[in-house]
Design a protein. Structure first.
Length: 76
């Protein structure tokens, strides 16, 4: 297993927080609500995989979408 990052499962700062963003993977646009460092391993018995995950609330509300931080860009 890999070591747990110091900021694991906590919100981390991002320049686009609370601003309009676009998820380039799905094309969804909305507001970036949070960025967290989370373990994305498929099951507890697998090796830990820590990643920065973005939470996007679609325009008009609804369920927040999650995607890798690398997949977000400022909405135009």
């Amino acid at each position: 297993m890999t070591s747990t990052p110091a900021d694991a499962n906590c919100e981390i700062p991002h320049a686009l927080l609370r601003k309009p963003v676009r998820d380039i993977a799905s094309g969804t646009e909305g507001t970036l609500m949070a960025v967290r460092v989370e373990n994305t391993a498929a099951a507890p018995s697998y090796e830990d995989r820590w990643a920065e995950i973005a939470y996007i609330r679609p325009h008009g509300g609804g369920t927040e979408l999650t995607t890798a931080v690398a997949n977000i860009e400022a909405a135009r």
